[in-house]
Design a binder for this molecule. Structure first.
Ligand SMILES: Cc1cc2nc3c(=O)[nH]c(=O)nc-3n(C[C@H](O)[C@H](O)[C@H](O)COP(=O)(O)OP(=O)(O)OC[C@H]3O[C@@H](n4cnc5c(N)ncnc54)[C@H](O)[C@@H]3O)c2cc1C
Length: 416
């Protein structure tokens, strides 16, 4: 039997990146990447943007073709779910009965879409997580006349922007008072509401869905708890995700909104790690534990873990400490977020003009810059990532002043 090395469960963004980075970092033992989806590992962000809009195809989304994995000596096992872990024997079992031994095991199991309890199994009711979902949604959008989105989060709004661009504006139902209201500032929420309305999208806020109606096995309407019926021939469910933690829990590992890991991404079992959407980790940027659903988080954690597991030098003791950042493209408006916790901000400062959809919102807590949301201002976003990482002593008055050079401040604070 080949010597055990690292087994990665989940061949998504984090799993792929870890396997590739392990080889880049000089790891020479066995690397096995097991994923339950049948496709070669692929990127998800275009699924709700370019792919949905028909400007790129599925084959453009794969990170690498098969020869890359062969050359790199990464054993890819696709279309097979890991169903059990035996920590004493240091092995995992797939649903097909395959046993894979490990020295170190990494959970990169991601998250799955939250289900809507009262949803019937009918045509035209679709959620979006995988390439398969996206294919079904793209086909359904091509036939739709009355799309309805449940949930005004990033994905729901990206879908609405694509639908509007295709001449079938959606109606978006949201439990909160504004778009993305659990995450972004009121200023950004309001600007995006106006932006989407200008594209033709309709909204119902502060509304809860009671049930989804069907006729002839196809969705026909969404009923709200106040009795309102909103007609629909396509319903996109976008009400958040839940982390895939059950396999870890069944193996006796702790989970609390994510598989609990320390600042080195290790679980309580020193041979088992977790990263990406499925991991709950401590972060100074969150002021405690957090779980982050973003490409940056998956990629940076994977690169960090690769250097720990395949050290060219003796393993560095430094914790994972990358500034979280995120982006969303919504009908010509690019939202970029650096840092976490805008809703915790005690002082909010605007740079630029909300009405022009070219502005940034800076959030301060206890006198410190904690989060920056930039709309079509990539320069602000790049500077914000560095300002937050450096803990630069920037003030609300400085960011409010358009003539104040934030990059210069950065250079002086980093060099001092
Ligand atoms: C439509 C869409 C658009 C997005 N857009 C953006 C964006 O614009 N910007 C951004 O920053 N982020 C975006 N994201 C989020 C980003 O894609 C995720 O944060 C990222 O993919 C997380 O990587 P991951 O590896 O942790 O999880 P995933 O990429 O979800 O991969 C996890 C994989 O593990 C597999 N798996 C789970 N359990 C098992 C098991 N027991 N055995 C085998 N395999 C298993 C799953 O099937 C899945 O393939 C988007 C996500 C979606 C769905």
């Amino acid at each position: 039997m080949t010597a055990a090395g690292i087994v990665i469960i989940g061949a998504g963004q984090a799993g792929y990146q870890l396997a590739a980075s392990l080889r880049e970092a000089g790891y020479t033992k066995r690397v096995v990447l097991v994923g339950e989806e049948p496709e070669l590992p692929y990127q998800r962000p275009p699924l709700s943007k370019a792919y949905l809009g028909g400007t790129c195809e599925a084959e453009n989304l794969t990170f690498q073709q098969q020869p890359f994995y062969t050359r790199a000596g990464i054993e890819l096992i696709l279309g097979e779910r890991v169903s059990r872990i035996d920590r004493d024997a240091q092995c995992v079992w797939t649903i097909g009965g395959r046993r894979i031994d490990y020295e170190q095991l990494v959970f990169a199991t991601g998250a799955r879409n939250r289900a809507f309890g009262a949803a019937p199994r009918v045509n035209g009711l679709i959620d979006l997580r995988t390439m398969r979902d996206a294919g079904a949604l793209r086909a359904a959008l091509g036939q739709a006349r009355q799309p309805v989105v449940i949930g005004a989060g990033f994905l729901g709004l990206e879908f609405a922007a694509v639908a509007a661009a295709q001449g079938v504006p959606a109606h978006v139902i949201e439990a909160g008072p504004a778009p993305m209201s659990r995450v972004v500032s009121a200023q950004v929420g309001e600007a995006f509401r106006a932006h989407h309305e200008a594209l033709g999208t309709g909204f119902t806020f502060n509304a809860n869905v009671h049930s989804i109606h069907a006729q002839d096995d196809r969705v026909s309407a969404v009923e709200l708890t106040d009795g309102t019926h909103i007609q629909a021939d396509l319903v996109v469910l976008s009400i958040g995700v839940v982390p895939n933690v059950e396999l870890a829990q069944a193996a006796g590992l702790e989970a609390d909104n994510g598989i609990v890991v320390n600042a080195s991404l290790a679980t309580a079992d020193p041979n088992i790690y977790a990263l990406g959407d499925c991991a709950s980790f401590p972060s100074r940027f969150a002021g405690g534990r957090c779980r982050i659903e973003s490409v940056q988080n998956a990629v940076d954690q994977a690169r960090y873990l690769a250097t720990r597991l395949a050290p060219k030098e003796p393993a560095a003791a430094s914790p994972y400490d990358a500034v979280p950042w995120f982006w969303s493209d919504q009908g010509g408006a690019k939202l970029q977020i650096a840092g976490l916790g805008m809703r915790r901000a005690e002082e909010i400062v605007l740079r630029g003009d909300c009405g022009s959809m070219q502005f940034s919102v800076y959030g301060f807590a206890q006198g410190r810059l904690i989060s920056v949301e930039s709309v079509n201002r990539a320069g602000d976003h790049i500077a914000a990532r560095r300002l937050i990482a450096a803990g630069a002593p920037v003030t609300p008055a400085q960011v409010a002043d358009e003539t104040f050079n934030l990059r210069l401040l950065l250079e002086t604070s980093v060099s001092s």
